[in-house]
Every structure is written in C-alpha cells, then in structure tokens.
Design a binder for this molecule. Structure first.
Ligand SMILES: Nc1nc2c(ncn2[C@@H]2O[C@H](COP(=O)(O)OP(=O)(O)OP(=O)(O)O)[C@@H](O)[C@H]2O)c(=O)[nH]1
Ligand SMILES: [Zn+2]
Length: 208
C-alpha cells in the first residue's frame, strides 16, 4: 500500500504539484539502498527503523513543497501607518538543494505598508513554508521579498538572511564559522538609498 504524507495541499512554487504529497514508501526504499551502498547492514537492529524515520523526517522538513505561503497573507488589517515595520531575528531552518544538508540562520524582514498591515506572526509563517523546501539562499531571499511585495501590496520590502550552511561547515571546505548573508530589496528600499540605509542599520545595528 502506498503511504504518503503532506501538509496543506497547495501550489508549491506558485504551481500545482502533480503528486502534492511526499511518497514515504519511496523514500524508505531509497534510504535502504543508501545504507547498502555505503556498506551498512540495513537489517541490523539499530538501522531497522531508520528508513522509516528518515522518510518521516523528509516529509516534515520538505512539507513546504506542498503548502502555499499565500494563505498566511490573506487577512490584512486596515491601519493608517506608513512607517517601516521590521521583524528581526526570525529563526530559519532550511535545506540546501545541492547537498540536502541543513541551512540554519536568521531572517530579518521589513516592509512599508500601504494602508494595510499583516499580523506579525504571518511573516515567520511565510518564511517557514518557503524554507521547508530544497533551497538556494539567494532564491529563498528573493521569494520572500517578491511574495510580501505582491500580497501585502507594500510600498517596499527588504529581506536579509544570515545563515550557516552545513555543507560548508561540516564537510567539503570545512569552514565551521562561516556564514552567508543575502539581501533582497524592493520598492522604496531599492529606489531610495536613505530608506535602504535606515533598514540596514536597524537590522545590522553597529555591524555596518
Ligand atoms: N550560492 C549558493 N551556493 C550554495 C548554497 N548552498 C550551497 N551552496 C554551494 O553550492 C556549491 C555546490 O558546488 P559543487 O561543486 O556542485 O558541489 P561539491 O563538489 O559538493 O562542492 P564543495 O562543497 O565545494 O565540496 C558549493 O560551493 C556549496 O557551498 C546557496 O544557498 N547558495
Ligand atoms: Zn549544500
């Protein structure tokens, strides 16, 4: 019997996904193959449940593939507030699409409202959906900026992500202290250098 797991059904990267679900049985088979390929015995006691655990883990960490982040931005509150809104230090966990290893860091998101504001928790929710997919940090940063700009009809959006990539810290080049910073600015943050400088100084404080 084919077992699947999924979060909310949704549009993934803006398009309907054919399967819409994670195929747990297929992952179990693949993990068993990997264990054999690396020279392990998948039938020894400690590994017997590993394919199933890993399948459930992938269903969890890639659940964003089957969720539509826009659902979190449907409810906006009318508010005459046209100053910057900044949500700083949003914990972020994603997976690099090259090695499928964790990317752990923080996101900072600012926007300039256009007569309507969004509930504060919705910004981290949107980031979670987009982060729980195999990602490139640059693409994740731009996806968050584009989505907020459009769905909030904002006058400007700035997104900064600072993250450590396990594929660089625990293997390969092995640089444990390295971090990677990406930013995407839209609207007034792109057009007005003073506005951009203001948000960057609020995000980085004395670091810039
Ligand atoms: N630009 C960018 N690079 C990333 C990201 N995540 C991982 N990488 C890099 O993707 C690259 C993949 O390089 P490849 O040469 O194809 O793979 P590799 O042989 O495993 O490379 P090494 O990590 O150098 O051992 C590596 O340099 C990673 O550090 C990301 O979000 N953005
Ligand atoms: Zn990687």
């Amino acid at each position: 019997m084919e077992q699947t797991a999924a979060g909310d059904s949704g549009t993934g990267r803006g398009e309907p996904r054919e399967a819409g679900r994670v195929d747990l049985e297929r992952i179990r088979r693949a993990i068993r193959e990997i264990l054999l390929a690396v020279g392990e015995d998948p039938d020894r006691e400690g590994l017997q449940e590993t394919p199933d655990r890993v399948a459930r883990m992938y269903a969890e960490v890639f659940q964003g593939l089957h969720q539509d982040p826009r659902v979190h931005l449907k409810k906006l509150f009318t508010q005459k507030y046209d100053e910057m809104v900044l949500v700083r230090d949003i914990r972020l966990v994603s997976f690099c699409e090259h090695h499928l290893l964790p990317v752990i860091g923080r996101a900072h998101v600012a926007y300039l409202p256009n007569g309507r504001v969004v509930g504060l928790s919705k910004i981290p929710r949107v980031i979670d959906v987009l982060a729980k997919r195999p990602q490139l940090q640059e693409r994740l940063t731009e996806e968050v900026a584009e989505l907020l700009m459009k769905e909030l009809d904002a006058k400007g959006v700035a997104v900064v992500i600072e993250a450590s990539h396990s594929c660089m810290t625990i293997r390969g080049v092995n640089k444990p202290d390295s971090s990677f910073v990406t930013s995407a600015v839209r609207g007034a943050f792109k057009e007005r250098s003073a506005t951009r400088a203001e948000v960057m100084s609020l995000i980085f404080g004395s670091k810039v």
